[in-house]
Design a protein around this ligand. Sequence first.
Ligand code: ADP
Ligand code: ADP
Ligand code: ZN
Ligand code: ZN
Length: 732
Amino acid sequence: MSRDIMLSGLRQNNLKNVSLRLPKERITVFTGVSGSGKSSIVFGTIAVESQRQLNETFSAFLRHRLPKHERPRAERMANLTAAVVVDQKPVGGGARSTVGTMTEVHAVLRVLFSRRGEPSAGPTTAYSFNDPQGMCPECDGLGRKIELDLDKLIDPDLSLNQGALALHPIGSAAWQIYAESGLFDPDKPLRDFTDEERKLLLHGSGFKVQRGRYQNTYEGVALRFDRLYLKRAREEVDPEARPMVRERTCPLCGGTRLNAAALASRIDGRNLADYAAMEVTDLIGVLEGLADPAAEAAVESLRRIDAIGLGYLSLDRETPTLSGGEAQRLKTVRNLGSSLTGMTYIFDEPSVGLHPRDVHRLADLLVELRDKGNTVLVVEHDRHMIGLADHVVDLGPGAGADGGRVVFEGTVAGLTAADTPTGRMLRRTTVIKEPVRAPTGWLTVADAGAHNLKNVTVRVPLGVLTAVTGVAGSGKSTLMRRELVARHPDTIVIDQSAIAASPRSTPATYLNAMDALRKLFATVNRVEPGMFSFNSTGACPACKGRGEIKTDLAFMDPVTRVCDVCGGSRYSAEALSYTVGGRTIADVLAMTADEGAREFDLPGVGRLGELGLGYLTLGQPLSTLSGGERQRLKLAHRLRERGKVYVFDEPTTGLHMADVETLLALLDRLVDEGNTVIAVEHDLDVVKHADWVIDMGPEAGRNGGEVIFEGTPAELARASTYTAKYLAKSLD
Ligand code: ADP
Ligand code: ADP
Ligand code: ZN
Ligand code: ZN
């Protein structure tokens, strides 16, 4: 008999002494507004503790080599099982990881070719682009070659003394070899070099030169680049050298990654590269015709990929190019193939990127996982996915300090009747907004043909809110993020990706409010502004401005404790001796954005309240924000701009139905202030609120790539596309 997972006294992040009992071998869905504490329970507590307990069962030798996890803040955590986190993080593996290698279908197809291919190229490894026996010798199985772009490495208008060599700054040791060895006139612009001199500068080698007191072996600029940056790093070019290289398809294998013997081996006229380039849906048909056990094994995996709505992908698609939702669904497929039971699977909004048409297929797969004897924990906002739950835990009622409590626990029917933000939203029906705004003009994207787009020409209305809809893989992102942006480069794309910022960034630094605060404190107290920076003179000497001290004990979990010198404030005693209006700088950073905006004149901070982020403290590290919080913070930066075109990529990701209302109010404001807003979105509440809809399809991949509807939401509800059908259904 499996006992329930018992959790009590949970206090990670904003959790307020939460206690929970979660049934095993059931599906539990966690709901609640963004920032209410769902991730803090599921990822921050359960997943971390499972991993930590698992690590403890290993030998000291092994444990020492595993990443260490701190114990989550909790009193009791019992009956946990090993956890597998299936999230939206990109699939790693670099250029050698493809849909085929990741799902292991490629390996099955290699077995098929080694047996059935004519002529056979040899054992399996002979068909692997990741094995010397099968890889193209020209590109080592990468399918493309990285080459030096000479125009970027040298500037012909400059002389050596003027810094003509981009990678070798004037005065550097390498520069001295070229400029001071007497081989060249260091004041002559490179374009005036004779052919002989140019050849020597770029490709010369095999002799010694004198550089001051040293003797060096001469190596031309291009040769040196090749040795240092290209030979050593074929897969990942050094960031420093990246601007100086260009990529092209490998001329020998034509991008197929395989060597001649592997490519010559065929089954019914097709080689392995042809298989890998087909869409999964089409490949299933071809393999079914072969009547071979290896082909059948591949078909079984391919059907799962298709079932989860990814049949438009090809096996040769590199995994780093997949979207977060696609990556998560592929990981789900991989886990379904395994026969493990008794595990805890944790999903982070698995419906992301899925059209309402395909959500039920995903739901079936989660049920399948449960019925194999696993415990399934899901963070979700989608009504259909919530409906799947055997057990629901609703967090809230609000975000941050206003959340962190369990406001409902029980069945979906119970939640739908409950007086919580989620319960109220589940009972609500929404209607199509009327009237819609009239466009102030049109922007045209003509003859768009990237990826699967079929030479699309589409008009985007200016000055209104447009929803771009269609099943996953129909071409929405390709049209809006790639083709529109390429034609109208001032388009601003806002997604939920991490904010490129230092680990010490906070809302105050991100919105440039920190500078104003430092100046204010400096002027009032007549000291340098650096005194009020924990990255500078004001840092606490004990923790160096980190606010905490991490102790790594060899055979125990690392322990982080609040710095007892500064009490976690990050500031030195001297910095904390200065005040403004009775408050130290640390007191101000501990204030919420709402409080800060009331008491001080700080740029940008007031906008956080308008965006529903007034509960963040001025000093909270940005790394702790959720995706939805991040997206809104990025917007805070932009709110005063006019006449711009914004593309939001699935802005409702991570958002509760109540958060979606806040988001829509925000998008309305952007439009009313004279901007054009485009949302690539599946959420029907967003579609109903739009002024215009562009629906893509009819299907995904090769069978998509067309605009199948353009018009108002009310017109769409009477049309016959998939989106139209689900829109009409949601109005019943
Ligand atoms: P949800 O998953 O419901 O969106 P989270 O559990 O991610 O919510 O966050 C709950 C609250 O805790 C939010 O206010 C968030 O900003 C805060 N938070 C999350 N992670 C951290 C962290 N590592 N340190 C401090 N605060 C955090
Ligand atoms: P959507 O945004 O509607 O989900 P996408 O624009 O992402 O659709 O994809 C449309 C088609 O283009 C699909 O067949 C997809 O596999 C393909 N595609 C998207 N990105 C890439 C890429 N980086 N490389 C190759 N094919 C891609
Ligand atoms: Zn090649
Ligand atoms: Zn300190």
